[in-house]
Write a protein that binds this ligand. Sequence first.
Ligand SMILES: *[C@@H]1O[C@H](CO)[C@@H](O)[C@H](O)[C@H]1NC(C)=O
Ligand SMILES: *[C@@H]1O[C@H](CO)[C@@H](O)[C@H](O)[C@H]1NC(C)=O
Length: 634
Amino acid sequence: MNQYQKVTEMYRSHPLSNSLRSLRHRPYFRSVLYGCLVLFSIYVLYNFVNHTSSVTLYSSSDPFSGDLGENYVLADETPADVWLGRAKSVKLAFLHGYHGYERYAQPHDELRPLSNDYRDNFNGWGVTMYDSLDTMLLMGLENEYNRAIPFLEKTVFTLPDGEFAPFFETVIRYLGGLLSAYSLRKDDILLKRADELAEKLDHVFATSSGLPLFGVNPNGQVVGPEIGILAEIASLQIEYTTLAKFTGKKRWWDRANTVIQALDKADLHKTGGMFPVRWNLTSAQPFDTHLSVGAQADSSHEYLLKQYLLTAKTDKANLIMYLRATTHILAELLYLSPKRHLLYVTDTTFSTNEQRGRPSHTFEHLSCFLPGLLALGVHILPLDDLTSLGIDLNEIGNESMFGRSGKSYKLLAGYNLKALHMWAAEGLAQTCWLSYADMPTGLGPDEMVMHTVGDDRWGNTVDGFKEGGGYLWMDAIEKWKGSGARGAPPGVGDKTPIIYSEAERLRGSGRARDYSIRKSGYLLRPETLESLYLLWRTTGNNKWRDRGWKIFESIERHTKTPSGYASLRTVEVLPAVKDDDMPSYFFAETLKYLYLMFIDTDPVPLDEWVFNTEAHPLPVIEWSQAEKGAFHIQ
Ligand SMILES: *[C@@H]1O[C@H](CO)[C@@H](O)[C@H](O)[C@H]1NC(C)=O
Ligand SMILES: *[C@@H]1O[C@H](CO)[C@@H](O)[C@H](O)[C@H]1NC(C)=O
């Protein structure tokens, strides 16, 4: 689709044009309508010409403020004591679910909240308890914390022969949980157990590259193919760096640093500087060109920025890798849906002869962490002044390094990068939220397939928006209607939910929403709430917090059982159908982000704490000269 068709398509799907469409079969209206359209076209043309030359919004010196329009920050109309009451409701929800776990499942991994049975799906060492420790401390739940400690002292980190701890999950849940709790409450037992656990897992690094295998038995046996998965090999840096800081042991820093060095040296010329999903653990090089920010990849992109923040912004290699990954994501993996202009991120496969990957147009709930990550980057990095860090986007990526994919760097270097990242964060968070608001349960599905028309890459449309001086035709319509406000960038503005009735759902009248649902369950996942939290915290805009509360209300209404909270089999029907499953991350992440969103203090400020991918906050680290010498840190 060329720019003209795209603009026409946008015009066609504007709400105003829908009402015109219903009139156009009447002859009298038709002539009036055509007359109006001619006048209107002249007006729009005039606007385009008028603004192209005068707007300088995108020069890199331009301040970010105001770029999202004057309605951007809304006043909070909800009184402070109501927010505190809401925080208390979240705390009660935690207690309800955790008491169910204590009563029916401890010391096993997770409670089955319908049958009151338990299951051991993460080594059987009591994952719900480990994952919940720091949330208890943040919520001030001393009794629950004190009851957990004796169990934690008694855990034996062993497994039967032939069984293996999945390394990635064990690190982010158990190790992350212990280290975070230790950061908040310096109980020696927490660090002792963390160090011991890392020892038990250490055989997992028995590859020639030093990248971890899939699984390990504390008796020394390891398991896993030579081809590893990105998220599983590159989501340990912040936990192991923290462990090195707390224990003073160089070996833990070496484990983290080996991964960082391998990522930094990898040959990424086929993928525009972004890490693909599969890696050869012998050579430490990419094995394929499949790109994703969802399952199997997500947290490794996240840890690039987070390792930079954790090390008090000293580890520049990680920052550059983050800028490369996000440049490729923004230019190549973000798309707009045809009617509602929903911004989404998808995954793609590259074939060997084809430079541009084929997008799958699936949109996973797991990918809904991305808007929060982008917002965090906007909040903390000088994205509009990278030269102050000695970084030039044209130098960290270009066509001679990355072939045709290298073009993205030149494209993005033409923008105020702070504004561009923020638009992406806003637009993606909007779609994640809408995927909840569109459902009768108010909870979002696990995976959607987005409808498409032609090549609807966001990068193209944003470029049209930029060339038009910030106005698309749609926005000109808004102006013509008298609002006078500058329109939001493509995919960014608020949208109206479309909730199908049961009859519509059964009839399959799917087109209005712009997507169909592939996996309709809600697994009590945190990613959308995580992004709402970060968007609220970094912009101060209370609309995100209000949405967080709406989601919590839906969780209470549809997932609660007598002993806990249950995943939903489908979000599309009422009454909701529950599954016998309460994942530990519900306590580590989902309820924690809700609680932090509603309380009136910030116990873990974003410039002092870094959340691991299981939402366990770890404190920013300043290396002493002695540590730098001992660990050989430059
Ligand atoms: C992984 O890399 C090593 C060393 O380059 C190579 O010998 C091996 O064949 C590769 N494995 C696969 C499955 O491609
Ligand atoms: C690409 O970047 C490299 C490394 O910064 C630089 O040496 C090279 O001149 C650049 N090439 C182009 C075509 O800009």
